[in-house]
Design a protein around this ligand. Sequence first.
Ligand code: AVJ
Length: 311
Amino acid sequence: MPEAVVSTVSAIDEIIQGLSNHPAYISPKFFYDAHGSDLFSQITSLPEYYLTRTENAIMNEQGDAIKREAGAVSTLIELGAGNCRKAQALCALLQPQRFVPLDISEEYLLEATADFREKLPGLAVYPVASDLTQAIILPTHIPPERRLVFYPGSSIGNFDPPHAANLLRRVRALLDDDGALLIGVDLVKDVDVLEAAYNDAAGVTAAFNLNVLQHVNAIIGSDFSDDDWRHVAFFNPAHSRIEMHLESVGETVVHWPEGERRFAAGERIHSENSYKYLINDFINLLAENGFGRSKVWTDAQNWLAIVLAHP
Ligand code: AVJ
C-alpha cells in the first residue's frame, strides 16, 4: 500500500511554521501516519494507560443506559476513529443504519474499515479522511436526522479550550435537534497516575512521540534523526494538561530543502497537549457551545467520564 499522504500545502506550511517558531512545536495530528496509528493502538493496551480500559469499562457497564438516552440512531459518526474497535461495540449496541468513521490517517482508516465491514456486514460504512482542525465535511447523501457523533478516548484533550469550544460548535452544526454527541473526557487526577500514563515502562509512548519526527521528514523532506531527541512528558497544573515534548540531546541543526533550524542542547519541540478536565468545567464547556442537556457516566475512581450531550 502507498504511504498515506498528508503532504497537502497546508500540512507543509504548518510544520515549517511550527519548526521555525520559538519555542518550536509540531501539531499532535502529525503523530498519525500508519506507524503512529499502530503505536497509538499499542498504547491503548499498556498497563499505565488507564484511559482506554477505563472508558471501555464504563461503556460496557452503561450500555443499556446509553442506549436508552441515545434513542434511535440512524447514523453513527466517529471522530478520530483509528482502528474503529470502539465503534464496533457501539454499532452492535445501537444498531444504526450507517457508520461514518473520520480519521486523519487515510491508509490506517481504510484498513480498519475493511476489518469493520467483515465483522459487521449489513452495516453501510463510509470512511472519510479528515483533519478535525479543518471543516468537517460529510458525504452529501448522509441524512441529517438522528445522527450520533461519537468522540471517544478524550481526544478532545488535544485541543486547547478555545479550539475545543470551536470543535464542539462545529459538531453541533452537524446535528439536527434530534442528534447527540457521545464523548469521552479524561479527568483531573493524581499527578503520578497521569504522568505514568505518558511515560510507560515499555517505552511505547516515547516511540510514538519520536515517530512524529519521521512523519515530518516524510512530509517536508527534513533530516531529523531519532538519536538526537528524547521523549519528555509531564503534567502542567497551570493549564491542567499533560505536555509532551521532544528534547534535543545535544546541539542539533535540522535541515529541510528551503530552510533549517538550530536547536541548543536541552531545547524542546512541543508535540502534544492533553487537557484533563474537572467534570463540571467540561459540562459548562458543552453548554456554552450548543449542548445544553448532558448525562454523565464515570468509573468508581472518577478517572474518566463519558458524556451524552444533546443540543
Ligand atoms: C489520542 C489524544 C487521547 O492524549 O492520551 C497517548 C494521545 N499521547 N499517549 C492522549 C496520546 C500520548 C491520546 N489521545
